[in-house]
Design a protein around this ligand. Structure first.
Ligand code: 5AD
Ligand code: SF4
Length: 438
């Protein structure tokens, strides 16, 4: 069998795409290998959301080029968002590339591109309809108990900092029947948790005929899942976080009590220039409504520091927002100017020093808030889906996640990954909890 080394950069959507790529290539006789030296094909599933992710790709490409001089049979390809953004131009820069393919429907054309021996002329913006799951090669899933289910692709929002609408194209939702068929298959295979994925997952259904809504899809999934599995979803756009969706999260047994709701900034002037389409107060009102309906809900968010023109007082508003909302966890990033996006050309770009300083202040504050939030879990009994075995660095015998998506480490119990167990929470830290069998 031919051997494929597949390296994934970036977000959960890319992880899900890599499982699809591995599935498509399994049909062509490829099996996965960890070792680049024994590979017949090396694919980098790239990310272009921030510059750092991009640089990692270039440095790895250099390493693999050397391998190719030793083994001329070796094929090297780029998939994902960077491949989509720069398209065939990448072949000029890296002539030894055997394949360039974007995300979305292009994944299913990788075998054809490989056979052609040339780079696929990537479109300016991918907009092909998504192939039906029921008619496609099955993804080669990395877990036997947790599964990604991509329910839509692309984004119509065009936030001024973000490259995704250019690389993943316009919003395209999968038909509900096709998603339900995938969920049913996962249930039969004994999966315990599914995560519904989309760049703006809760905008699901707008382009379908008949038009449908994300909350309807959640209800339909809950009806087939019957409370047997956990359902998560990410990422939500605050704009589409409707009362109907809040009701679904509150009422559906399978839907976990965790919402990832990227806010990006706390200042209205920054939010406006980011084109986020909500104000700080509108965001806070949605959080209040959600917490009223689901009092125990865990909330996480994404934040960007150092957006062009972000003044000290704007940054302070991000800090006060954290203090007011009290997120359970955050993902914070320094603003990274991206080709094609309007904000890259904005005046008043912020210096690297200020970005670093603001990021550190933000993370320090969130560390304190998260610790306080986590201490509120002490003494509670939580359902944990075990994901990891013994970890000597953490001194733990097993670890897993609660329905609120918090990491719990056990030190006495040797649970098997995939088990659903209960934990009495005994210790709280900023980024994890410790627990034992109640
Ligand atoms: N610079 C920094 N962070 C970014 N993100 C998206 N684009 C950029 C950028 N240009 C962050 C946002 C988004 C997350 C997936 O990545 O916070 O929610
Ligand atoms: Fe990017 Fe904004 Fe779309 Fe999210 S909503 S993918 S941040 S453009």
């Amino acid at each position: 069998m031919a051997k494929l080394k597949l390296i994934t950069f970036g977000c959960q959507a890319n992880e899900a795409d890599s499982e699809k790529i591995a599935g498509v290539l399994a049909q062509e006789g490829f099996e996965l290998t960890e070792t680049a030296e024994e590979a017949d094909l090396i694919l980098l599933n790239t990310c272009s959301i921030r510059e750092k992710a991009e640089q990692k790709v270039y440095s790895l490409l250099g390493t693999f080029q050397k391998l190719k001089t030793q083994n001329p049979q070796l094929k090297i390809g780029l998939c994902g968002c960077l491949a989509q953004r720069d398209g065939v131009r990448l072949k000029d820069r890296f002539p030894y590339l055997d394949l360039v393919a974007g995300p979305g429907a292009l994944i299913y054309r990788i075998p054809e591109i490989l056979k052609g021996g040339t780079a696929y002329p990537v479109l300016p913006r991918p907009k092909e309809p998504l192939p039906l799951y029921v008619h496609s090669p099955r993804p080669r899933r990395g877990s036997t108990f947790k599964a990604w289910v991509s329910i839509m692709e692309g984004c119509n929002y065009f936030c001024t900092f973000c490259v995704v609408p250019y690389t993943r194209g316009p919003e395209r939702s999968r038909p509900p029947e096709d998603i339900l068929a995938e969920v049913q298959e996962l249930l039969q295979q004994g999966y315990k948790e599914i995560t519904l994925l989309g760049q703006t997952v809760n905008a699901y259904g707008k382009n379908l005929k008949p038009r449908t809504q994300f909350a309807h899809l959640l209800r339909a999934i809950d009806a087939v899942a019957g409370g047997e599995i956990r359902v998560r979803f990410t990422s939500s756009h605050p704009r589409d976080f409707t009362p109907d969706l809040i009701e679904a999260v509150a009422g559906l047994k399978s839907v976990c009590e965790h919402v990832h709701l990227p806010v990006q900034a706390g200042s209205d002037s920054v939010l406006r220039r980011m084109r986020r389409l909500y104000t700080r107060e509108e965001y806070r009102a949605k959080v209040c409504a959600l917490r009223r309906a689901v009092p125990d809900v865990a909330l996480s968010t994404d934040l960007i520091v150092g957006f062009p023109g972000e003044r000290e007082e704007d940054f302070q508003e991000t800090l006060t927002l954290l203090q007011e909302v009290r997120f359970d966890s955050i993902y914070a990033f320094k603003y990274s100017p991206r080709p094609l996006t309007p904000a890259a050309a904005y005046p008043d770009q912020i210096s690297e020093e200020i970005k670093t300083e603001r990021l550190n202040i933000l993370l320090r504050l969130q560390g304190e808030i998260a610790l306080e939030q986590n201490r509120r879990r002490l003494g509670k009994i939580e359902e944990v889906l075990v994901e990891g075995g013994p970890n000597s660095k953490m001194g733990s015998s097993a670890s897993g996640r609660t329905r609120r998506n918090q990491l719990v480490h056990f030190s006495q119990e040797f649970f098997v990954p995939g088990d659903t167990v209960f934990a009495l929470i005994t210790e709280a830290y900023s980024h994890y909890l410790k627990g034992k069998s109640p």
